[in-house]
Write a protein that binds this ligand. Structure first.
Ligand SMILES: *Cc1c(COP(=O)(O)O)cnc(C)c1O
Length: 446
C-alpha cells in the first residue's frame, strides 16, 4: 500500500497541496479511506467529508489563536456545510455556530449546539426568524441596518426580553476576492456603513429591547491576503475607542470569517497570520473576540466523487468528458467560475497519458462545466474521479434541477466511512407535489 506510483506533475502538485489525500497502489485515499470503495458501494455522484480533517483544521485555528494569546470563540459558519452529523460533532467539541436563517438555527438545535453559542447573521432576517431567535435565547444577533435594529427592539419588547445585539459594520475595504463573494465594500448590501456605525451604536444603547454588545464585521469569502483583515480590524478598533470615549461599553468584537483555501496553486490563508493581525489590531481592547470560519474549516475536507458517463470526441479539437455529477450537485464552477482540482481515483488511471479535455456534467446548460482544457490522464466510460475541495459551499447549494436526485453524502472518521444521507430516490423528487384532479393523468401512472 505504501508505493507511490509515478504520476504527472500537475496531479502530483495537487497531492502535495492537499495533504489529506494520499495516493497508494490501491488508489486515492482521503484520510486513510480508499475512495474507490465508497464510489463502488454508494454509487456516484457522492459527497465525502472527512470529519477528522474538519476537527484538525478547527484545532489549527484554535492553536494559532492561543499562540497569539487571544481568547476567541469559534462559531462555525453553518452555511458552508450544514449536515446535522457535522454540526453535532462540532457542538460536542464545544464550538459555536454562525447561522443565517431559521432553518440553520433549527439544525443547530437538533444538533444540540446550545443557543447561547449561536450568532445570528444575515442581511434580511424576517420578523418570525427574529422572534424565534430571541425566544430560543441565541447568544448574539448581528444587526445589518438601522431598520433591522428598530425591528428587533420592537419584537424584543413585545416578548418582554432584551435582544443581545452586535452591529455588523461594513468597513469599506477591498478583500480582493471574486465580485460575487466580496461583502466589505460600501456598495455591497451587507452591514452598516462605517460612518453611521458610532451614532447607531449610541442609539442602540438607548433602545428598550436591545442589549448592545459590540461590533461585528465580515469582509468576504475566499480571502487569501491578510492585509484586508488588518485594514478592517483597524477600522473596527477605532470605532470601539470612539464609542467608548462617549461612555458606552463595548464587550464583543466578532471578526467574521472568509479565510481562503488552496483550490488551485494559490497557497491557502494561514490562521497564524490572521491571529497575528487580530492580536495587533484588537488584542489590547479587552473585548470577547469571536471568529466565524466556514470554508477554511470544511472546504479541503470534502470531495465529490463522480464517474465518467462517456467521452464525446468526434470532430472535437478538445474532447468532452461527460461525468455523472453536474451543476445541480456542485454549483460553484457555474456560479463563480470556481476552479476545482480533479484527480482520478485509481493508481492505474492516474498513470495514463495526459490529454486536454473539457469536463462537463449532463445538465442542459452550457454553464454546466467543471473544467475547460484540463490536463488529465485519458479517462474512459466508467472511470471514477474526485472533484477536490468541495466540503464547503458544495452539497448545501445542490438542487434537483433536471430532476436529478440529490447525491448521497458520506463522512469519514477514524479510518471508517458511513452514509449520512442516502441518495435521494426518484419518488422523493415529487413526493410532496399535489396533482389537482383537473391535471390528473387519465390512466394512472404505475
Ligand atoms: C458566509 C459567512 C461566513 C463564513 O464565510 P467563509 O468564507 O466560509 O469563512 C462568516 N460570517 C458571515 C456573516 C457570513 O455570511
Amino acid at each position: 500500500m505504501s508505493t507511490h506510483p509515478i504520476i504527472a506533475p500537475n496531479l502530483a502538485d495537487l497531492l502535495t497541496t492537499h495533504s489529506h489525500l494520499t495516493l497508494t497502489s490501491a488508489g486515492l485515499m482521503l484520510d486513510n479511506v480508499l475512495l474507490t470503495t465508497i464510489a463502488d458501494k454508494v454509487g456516484t455522484p457522492c459527497w465525502v467529508l472527512g470529519i477528522g480533517i474538519v476537527l484538525q483544521r478547527l484545532q489549527r485555528i484554535k492553536t494559532a489563536m492561543q499562540a497569539a494569546e487571544l481568547n476567541i470563540r469559534i462559531h462555525y459558519a453553518v452555511k458552508a456545510n450544514d449536515h446535522c452529523a457535522l454540526l453535532s460533532r462540532l457542538g460536542k467539541e464545544g464550538y459555536g455556530a454562525d447561522i443565517v436563517s431559521f432553518g440553520e438555527l433549527a439544525r443547530t438545535q437538533k444538533a444540540g449546539i446550545p443557543a447561547q453559542r449561536i450568532l445570528f447573521s444575515g442581511v434580511g432576517k424576517t420578523e418570525t426568524e427574529i422572534e424565534q431567535a430571541i425566544g430560543l435565547g441565541v447568544g448574539q444577533i448581528n444587526v445589518e441596518s438601522a431598520e433591522e435594529l428598530a425591528l428587533i427592539s420592537t419584537i424584543a419588547v413585545r416578548l418582554g426580553k432584551k435582544a443581545p445585539v452586535a452591529l455588523r459594520v461594513n468597513p469599506d475595504v477591498d478583500a480582493h476576492t471574486h465580485s460575487k463573494i466580496t461583502t466589505g465594500l460600501a456598495h455591497n448590501k451587507f452591514g452598516i456603513p462605517f460612518n453611521d456605525a458610532a451614532a447607531l451604536y449610541a442609539h442602540a444603547a438607548r433602545l428598550p429591547g436591545i442589549d448592545i454588545l459590540g461590533f461585528a464585521t465580515h469582509i468576504g469569502s475566499q480571502i487569501l491576503e491578510i492585509d484586508p483583515y488588518r485594514a478592517a480590524y483597524a477600522r473596527i478598533a477605532s470605532l470601539v475607542r470612539d464609542v467608548r470615549s462617549q461612555g458606552l461599553p463595548v464587550y464583543v468584537v466578532d471578526c467574521g470569517g472568509g479565510l481562503g483555501i488552496a483550490y488551485g496553486t494559490d497557497p491557502e490563508a494561514q490562521p497564524e497570520a490572521l491571529a497575528h493581525v487580530i492580536r495587533t489590531e484588537l488584542g489590547g481592547l479587552d473585548v470577547q473576540l469571536a471568529l466565524e470560519p466556514g470554508r477554511w474549516v470544511v472546504g479541503p475536507a470534502g470531495v465529490l466523487l463522480s464517474r465518467v458517463i462517456l467521452r464525446k470526441e468526434q470532430g472535437m479539437a478538445v474532447p468532452f468528458l461527460i461525468i455523472d455529477a453536474a451543476m445541480n450537485d456542485l454549483l460553484r464552477p457555474s456560479l463563480y467560475e470556481a476552479w476545482h482540482g480533479i484527480l482520478p481515483l485509481t493508481a492505474e488511471t492516474m498513470q495514463r497519458p495526459l490529454e486536454r479535455v473539457h469536463v462537463v456534467g449532463p445538465v442542459c446548460e452550457s454553464s454546466d462545466c467543471f473544467a475547460q482544457n484540463r490536463l488529465l490522464p485519458k479517462l474512459q466510460h466508467q472511470d471514477t474521479l474526485a472533484l477536490l475541495d468541495t466540503g464547503a459551499y458544495g452539497s448545501v447549494m445542490s438542487s434537483t434541477y433536471n430532476s436529478r436526485p440529490l447525491a448521497a453524502c458520506v463522512v469519514i472518521e477514524n479510518n471508517t466511512w458511513e452514509i449520512i444521507r442516502p441518495r435521494q430516490s426518484i419518488e422523493e423528487l415529487w413526493h410532496d407535489e399535489i396533482i389537482p384532479t383537473s391535471c390528473a393523468p387519465s390512466t394512472p401512472l404505475a
